[in-house]
Design a protein around this ligand. Structure first.
Ligand code: IPE
Ligand code: IPE
Ligand code: MG
Length: 242
């Protein structure tokens, strides 16, 4: 299949992906939920290599939310070990595709061993100049906004900034996504019409695209369809159509 969205009128610089539906994929096959997570890694590989080939600058993957800590402990442990395996097994793939890895989220809450593997993958890929792949891990948007508010409060208490000078750019600069462009396109798999506490501040003007496809079945052909749809949209940003 010869898909190349670079021929489209416009491509998103930043795609944010809510990878949902692993549990339902497994249930439909009479398998335990964790097998769905495992199958999701295949989708991840295809999507990451496609985005790298298609010269997308940023992809943020909602991989584990602050709320996901409340899942049954064996599932959480499985997800943590899957992440470790991913970091080890896919490192060559990341390098071959010039992917630079980074994270957002409250990663200090992750188990020490996972953090170590993450740090080493981030360090190892830091010099890659292609796609920046952002893993949102132990990420929650409201907690992130509260963290940014605390940072600004500390800075104004110390006299470094004046409360009346606080503007949108200053708040954006204290988010975990500081320095990254806002997502242009949010994709959610498995049909749920909600954001689930993902990048609330950053997606103020993002285009939304929801597919009923469950994450383990999501592949580049469908991503291409989302990109075609995105290219045909008129992003008005509150202004009159141009
Ligand atoms: C998404 O799939 C993966 C994570 C949230 C870690 P789910 O595990 O949420 O799958 P469903 O929504 O139960 O089908
Ligand atoms: C969102 O999916 C989080 C991730 C994809 C990591 P959830 O399955 O946790 O979200 P809800 O529970 O459907 O809102
Ligand atoms: Mg889900």
């Amino acid at each position: 299949m010869d898909l190349d969205p670079r021929r489209l009128a416009r491509l998103p610089a930043h795609i944010a992906l809510i990878m949902d539906g692993n549990g339902r994929w497994a249930r439909a096959r009479g398998l335990p939920r964790v097998r769905g997570h495992q199958a999701g890694v295949e989708a991840l590989r295809d999507i990451v290599t496609a985005c790298a080939e298609w010269e997308i600058s940023y992809v943020t993957l909602f991989s584990f939310s602050t709320e996901n800590w409340a899942r049954p402990r064996p599932e959480v442990e499985f997800l943590m070990s899957l992440l470790q395996r991913y970091l080890r097994h896919e490192l060559d793939m990341l390098h071959n595709n010039k992917v630079r890895l980074r994270t957002i989220g409250f990663t200090e809450q992750l188990p020490t061993a996972v953090r170590k593997d993450l740090d080493s993958a981030i360090r190892s890929t830091a010099g890659n100049a292609g796609l920046t792949l952002v893993l949102a891990l132990s990420y929650g948007s409201r907690a992130e906004i509260a963290q940014a508010a605390r940072a600004l409060a500390r800075e104004s208490a110390s006299g470094a900034i004046k409360p009346d000078d606080i503007d949108e750019a200053m708040l954006a600069g204290r988010m975990q996504t500081a320095g990254m462009p806002d997502p242009d396109l949010v994709i959610r798999t498995s049909g749920e019409m909600r954001i689930s506490n993902f990048l609330l501040w950053q997606i103020a003007y993002a285009e939304l695209w929801v597919t009923p496809t469950l994450w383990p079945d999501f592949r580049r052909a469908e991503l291409f369809t989302a990109l075609e749809d995105y290219a045909a949209r008129n992003r008005r940003f509150g202004k009159v159509e141009s």
